[in-house]
Design a protein. Structure first.
Length: 673
């Protein structure tokens, strides 16, 4: 096998196959190339059967791309490598062994909407006002606790806030509700397999015997539960290779533990460390700036990225009077770059928070620049799509109370809120599943006249289609169901806009096509519950990426990780913004904010522009802003400072034009019509 295209550390990482191995792969260092070559080396040179290799990463897209590249390099045998996400692997384990943990074989995976509904109900049962406490924040606290292998606990007086207590109160009810519905949540897909391996050494041995070699991509993003699962799978051989970069650990808010990579030797003693420090993406100017910023972090693996692309354009640091002038300056210079021949696809505007995008959008529209904002409404959050998925869930799992309540009167079939409230109360008071109560609605007292008959018709519909879906032909059966209930007409009737109505029908059609694609891929193994599992994993694990050609990309720094552009504008370099003072009540995390700045800087290949505002409007007040500490970390020789705030105007004439154009627009707006 030819490794001549790899540099020396890359070759060392590929050829070190036995025992624990930590590959510290800096930004743009070709880590995916190393992973693919290592997979091929194991199969071709070490003669390891493909089915004995487990490679895990964090998105299905990354796993799919790795599989394609592995097949190109190692041949068809690479298709048999278990290359998937941690959660998909956990779901596979659960599908084989769910009953050993007291769950039904056909368990459901609760989506975010299901979880929020359960949390709200649990809060009401604990007499907690769900208008005063954000149910999503409560769920986030529960999720982080589970990923840390703990339960939510109230913090000592003077620490934390009431949310910790609320999470502690609702957690037992949340878990009980999931179990009652035969469901697990996303975090359980990690916790339950680890618990299974602890309780059943025979099951653990089944997996450690099968998977002789383990590989983990983006190891810096792992949480405590994922680490524990990995330790179990490593067994006695400990042939585990992890690839990651502690300097790019930016997801602590969703459980990632940077100490997992910093303490690798503690968890896997006797391991080897290989550092990939040659960057193939950015100019030396950009890399030197990034190195200067990240070097200030106290807890990190010492490394310094370098490149043979010496020199490069200096970094511009631009101070603007306010956020609107910042937006106008950026938009003007985006258009200027495009006028000089740069494609819109090669330009990105990155920011710390979604709220920073609005002025940029307005300014780009003024300049006639097409753009794409990453992070709008997700496809699977659309009401009509969620309704169809709720039908799928209720058909696949009759215990799914949330889905039943969502669609029992969708489209409207004469089953009102009074009926549903009395049915739900009866089920709760008699400790019965809602589905059983619906089937025996005639026995429930005080229902409105004719309601029991309507509920009976709904139950007949569900049972008929439960039998139909069991035969297969998922796409065809879905179309038949939606036609029978006239779902499209109801979707159109929910809006007065013909365009919006067409979008609703199109969204449902896209969902059916996704089901049909799944069916084609899985063949005879296609089952509705398996499709729902895949859907839950895909929608929770995927990071949205740009897909519209000819558009400038607008996205948050968190979303930008793993991507790159020729020209990057990183805006809002101010204290309390980057670094941020703490999101949604979370305490500041200056080390992670520094890593976030490092990630933003290293997205740029050729040109980097850093902007800030001297003033921003917050809650109607103009507040002065302090320049980010990260700006003072940059070597002076690498930076051109452009001050649009003081008396000295920028040297470049076009920049003066941009500034005065903004003032002219303000004067126009003030003139009477």
């Amino acid at each position: 096998m030819d490794l001549s295209g790899l540099n020396a550390p890359q070759r060392e990482a590929v050829m070190t196959t036995e025992g624990p191995l930590l590959v510290l792969a800096g930004a743009g260092s070709g880590k995916t190339r190393v992973i693919i070559h290592r997979l091929a080396w194991l199969m071709q040179k070490k003669k390891v059967p493909a089915r004995s290799i487990l490679a895990v990463t964090f998105t299905n897209k990354a796993a799919s791309e790795m599989r394609e590249r592995a097949v190109q390099l190692a041949g068809p045998q690479a298709k048999k490598v278990s290359l998937q996400t941690f959660h998909a692997f956990g779901a596979d384990v659960m599908r084989e062994h769910a009953t050993k943990l007291g769950f039904p074989k056909k368990f459901a995976i609760a989506d975010m909407g299901d979880q929020i509904s359960i949390i709200k109900r649990a809060m009401r049962e604990r007499n907690v006002d769900d208008r005063e406490f954000d149910s999503r924040k409560v769920l986030s606290i529960i999720s982080r606790a589970k990923n840390s292998r703990t339960e939510p606990q109230p913090k000592p007086e003077g620490q934390g806030d009431d949310y910790d207590l609320v999470a502690h109160l609702v957690y037992p009810l949340y878990q009980l509700a999931l179990k009652a519905q035969g469901a697990v949540d996303f975090d359980d897909l990690l916790l339950l397999p680890a618990r299974l391996f602890e309780k059943r050494p025979d099951v653990k041995k089944e997996y450690t015997d099968r998977f002789q070699y383990l590989m983990v991509d983006e190891y810096q993003d792992t949480n405590t539960a994922q680490l524990e699962l990995l330790v179990h799978l490593a067994g006695d051989k400990k042939n585990v290779c992890v690839v990651g970069d502690d300097d790019q650990c930016i997801y602590s808010w969703r459980g990632a533990e940077v100490k997992n990579i910093l303490d690798f030797e503690k968890h896997f003693p006797g391991g080897k460390e290989v550092r990939l420090e040659q960057n193939y993406r950015s100019s030396s100017v950009i890399l030197d700036a990034a190195n200067a910023v990240i070097a200030k972090n106290p807890e990190r693996k010492d490394k310094k990225m370098w490149t043979d692309q010496l020199g490069g354009a200096v970094i511009q640091s631009v101070a603007c009077p306010d956020e609107n002038e910042e937006a106008r300056w950026v938009a003007f210079n985006v258009r200027k770059a495009m006028g000089n021949g740069l494609s819109a696809d090669d330009i990105a505007i990155l920011y710390r928070t979604n709220g920073q995008a609005r002025p940029i959008e307005e300014a780009l529209r003024e300049q006639g620049v097409f753009y794409e904002v990453i992070g709008g409404q997700e496809f699977f959050d659309k009401r009509e799509v969620k309704d169809v998925i709720a039908y799928f869930k209720a058909i696949a799992n009759p215990l799914d109370q949330m889905s039943l309540l969502r669609i029992v009167n969708v489209p409207a079939r004469g089953i009102g809120d009074v009926t549903l409230e009395r049915l739900s109360t009866f089920a709760q008071e008699n400790d019965k599943p809602l589905w059983d109560v619906l089937k025996a609605a005639a026995d429930v007292p005080d229902l409105p006249r004719g309601a029991a008959e309507k509920v009976g018709e709904f139950c007949d519909l569900m049972e008929r289609y439960r039998a139909e879906f069991a035969k297969g032909h998922l796409g065809h059966t879905t179309r038949k169901l939606l036609e029978e209930i006239d779902f499209a007409a109801a979707a159109r009737a929910s809006t007065n806009s013909p365009t919006a109505a067409a979008r609703k029908v199109q969204a449902v059609e896209e969902l059916i096509r996704s089901l049909e694609t799944f069916e084609t891929k899985e063949g005879a193994r296609a089952r509705l519950m398996n499709y729902l599992h895949r859907l839950s994993l895909d929608t929770r694990e995927e990071e949205e990426e740009p897909d519209r050609k000819g558009s400038v990309t607008l996205m948050t720094l968190h979303s930008a990780k793993g991507l790159e552009w020729k020209h990057v504008f990183l805006i809002g370099l101010e204290e309390d913004l980057l670094p941020h003072s703490g999101m949604q009540g979370e305490p500041p995390n200056p080390e992670e904010e520094r890593r976030l700045a490092y990630v933003g800087i290293t997205r740029a290949r050729e040109r980097l522009v850093l902007t800030r505002a001297a003033n921003r409007v917050k809650r109607g007040k103009v507040l002065p802003r302090t320049p980010s500490r990260f700006l003072s970390d940059l070597p002076e020789a690498l930076v051109e400072v452009i001050d649009l705030v003081g008396d000295t105007m920028p040297i470049v004439p076009e920049q003066k034009v941009a500034f005065f154009a903004g003032l002219k627009e303000k004067f126009k707006a003030q003139k009477p019509p």
